[in-house]
Ligand binder design. Structure first.
Ligand code: ATP
Ligand code: FE2
Length: 324
């Protein structure tokens, strides 16, 4: 039902986003994010933030799309995975619009939405997705009739790892973009623990080592940031490349806030070109959490004959997503 005018609501974590889409065309994509000085997200506070702003974000998105709520055919909301209190605000907004304006709704999986938006806005047809955000790091592909996770982090997400090191060396939050700037000033590689286990990656050992090297004061912070990026991103791309080989796919798609990183984009392009593959990278505004990706995914899967339940699924795994 891709031609429905769909209002997508994202509220899995610190972003409350509303996108309005028609087919693969994005008519509006507005968001408001909860931020903290120190970076740690307190779920109840993020939820309070979303409660405070959700009506405003919805009305701003309608204004941007030059539409009235009565023009909306479908509401799509992210039902998980994510933080329960935050997800509940997206659910509340959906329930209110459904009850007041009788608009049908569908809930979608957040990780699958990162994949679907990339397919909708790039020429990727059947890609392997490298999804690297704050909390999540997964290599996902649609294979054998369902979405499968081919590899993932065994501990923290890539973004949380970057932000943890950034905080440790006094860069504030989020650390990812600042580490990227510092890394650009170096090309002096320091060998660091490289942790790929089977198809999975792990960042804890790398973080501990980086903190030790920083404390020793023997290394320039630019060199540490450069080596961190080269090591961590090589780990992500090793697993992505192996997933591509395993599934016999030649397309790589990037998603998640960490994919805004210019060096990761470059390394992804190099890996793909070396294996005669193609690398697809959506605009940064669609890499980070946003409502348009939820709208596009809901419109794709919506079936008017099916009865949907208003519910959240905070722990839903990518592999558990039902395919009609
Ligand atoms: P999710 O709930 O999907 O895990 P999130 O809200 O934790 O999402 P995103 O909004 O997708 O994450 O991304 C935020 C992360 O991206 C932060 O950890 C931030 O440091 C990182 N990031 C943003 N820009 C860059 C960059 N240029 N280089 C590296 N990391 C970046
Ligand atoms: Fe995300």
């Amino acid at each position: 039902m891709v031609n429905l005018i769909t209002l997508g609501i994202e509220s899995t974590a610190h972003t409350f986003g509303v996108g309005i889409v028609k087919g693969n065309k994005i008519l509006a994509n507005v968001k408001k994010s909860y931020t903290t000085e120190s970076g740690g997200i307190i779920p109840m506070q993020a939820a309070k933030h979303h409660e405070r702003y959700y009506k405003q974000v919805i009305s701003d998105a309608l204004k941007e799309a030059k539409l009235d709520i009565k023009n909306i055919d479908l509401i799509s909301y992210s039902h998980g995975p994510g933080l329960g209190p935050c997800l509940r605000v997206g659910l509340l907004a959906t329930k209110e619009l459904h009850e007041e304006f009788k608009i049908p709704f569908i809930g979608v999986n957040h990780c699958v939405a990162h994949l679907e938006v990339g397919k909708a806005v790039t020429k990727a047809k059947n890609p392997v997705l490298l999804y690297a955000s704050g909390a999540n790091t997964q290599v996902i592909a649609f294979e054998g009739g369902k979405y499968r996770v081919f590899g993932e982090t065994l501990d923290q997400g890539t973004g949380n790892f970057l932000d943890a090191f950034g905080r440790y060396i006094g860069l504030g939050f989020p650390g990812g973009p600042k580490i990227s700037k510092l890394a650009e000033k170096s090309n002096n590689f320091i060998s660091l623990p490289y942790s790929v286990k089977g198809m999975d990656v792990s960042f804890t050992g790398l973080l501990t080592k980086l903190k030790q090297l920083y404390d020793s004061k023997e290394y320039k912070v630019e060199d540490l940031c450069y080596s961190l990026q080269e090591t961590a991103f090589a780990m992500l791309l090793e697993v992505s490349e192996r997933a591509m080989a395993h599934c016999d796919k030649n397309e790589l798609l990037l998603g998640g806030g960490v994919a805004c990183n210019t060096r990761l984009k470059k390394m992804s392009e190099i890996m793909c070109s070396e294996r005669d593959g193609k690398c697809f990278i959506p605009d940064n505004s669609l890499l980070v959490d946003n409502g348009a990706m939820i709208g596009i995914t809901g419109a794709k899967f919506y079936n008017p004959n099916k009865k949907y339940k208003l519910e959240i699924r905070p722990y839903e795994r990518t592999d558990d997503v039902e395919i009609k």
